[in-house]
Design a protein around this ligand. Structure first.
Ligand code: PXP
Length: 249
């Protein structure tokens, strides 16, 4: 069992940009959201520059690099275009995610095991540039082993299946997913990987994941931006932080 280490909260601001882009123009501004998230206790800001630029834009990434006082976790697909952008900015962290044009959100983890050679070559220059490279994967042993072999320092475990089972009232399935997340966090930690987790987390689902001792960071976006409509962004983030901290005790 790992000693209890502090748990960071990365706030994903993609969907502030989604609302902005629904009308074009500049409002609401994801950079303003990022600064409020910092005030509210976010330890980092996460933004996913998609190939189709459906939410975050290149200008948003330029702006985030300029204004943030906390680290930027730059999410991207493993493409040449994105690698060039990451190498230009050298953000604190780069999280490699799978991306399909037709999906509404990042549906599954990256298939590292079947693409090891290419991914090893892909992440090497990012690591050389000083970025902490994280790989977004399902909580599966073979993906974790492959992420370790290609030289990633961090893995982010996809919590989508756990959250969906909860939302659908499939509590046995949810609990089985949680056991899997615990076991695979432990396994990854034993290999020397830093473990992050995220996708679909809400006030109702975050506590058991926050309580996993080996998990060092949660990345949360859609629910927080939705809750901000009702509570305001700062209180919405503070509430998440409180639940995480309570669960961690
Ligand atoms: N982590 C990763 C790697 C993601 O791609 C995303 C967004 O798809 C998140 C965390 C945050 O997920 P959500 O917006 O559902 O909280």
């Amino acid at each position: 069992m790992a000693e209890l280490i502090p748990l960071r909260l990365g706030v994903n601001i993609d969907h502030v940009a989604t609302v902005r882009n629904a009308r074009g123009g500049a409002y609401p501004d994801p950079l303003r959201a990022a600064k409020i998230a910092e005030e509210a206790g976010a330890d980092g800001i996460t933004a996913h520059l998609r190939e189709d630029r459906r939410h975050i834009s290149d200008a948003d990434i330029d702006g985030l690099m300029d204004v943030l006082s906390v680290p930027l976790n730059f999410e991207m697909a493993a493409t040449d275009e994105m690698q060039k952008i990451a190498l230009r900015h050298k953000p604190h962290a780069v999280c490699i995610v799978p991306e399909k044009r037709e999906e509404r959100t990042t549906e599954g983890g990256l298939e590292v095991a079947r693409d090891e050679n290419r991914l090893a070559h892909f992440i090497a220059p990012l690591r050389d540039a000083g970025c902490r490279v994280s790989i977004f994967i399902a909580a599966e042993m073979r993906q974790i082993e492959a992420a370790n072999r290609i030289g990633a320092e961090v893995i982010e475990l996809h919590t989508g299946a756990y959250c969906e089972a909860h939302a659908d009232g499939l509590f046995e399935e949810r609990d089985a997913e949680l056991v899997r997340l615990c076991e695979m966090s432990n396994f990854a930690h034993s290999l020397g990987l830093e473990v992050h987790a995220g996708h679909g987390l809400t006030y109702d689902t975050v506590a058991p994941v926050a309580a996993i001792a080996e998990v060092r960071e949660l990345n949360i976006g859609h629910f927080l931006i939705g809750e901000a409509i009702f509570l305001g962004l700062e209180p919405a983030i503070r509430e998440m932080r409180t639940i995480m901290d309570e669960a961690r005790k």
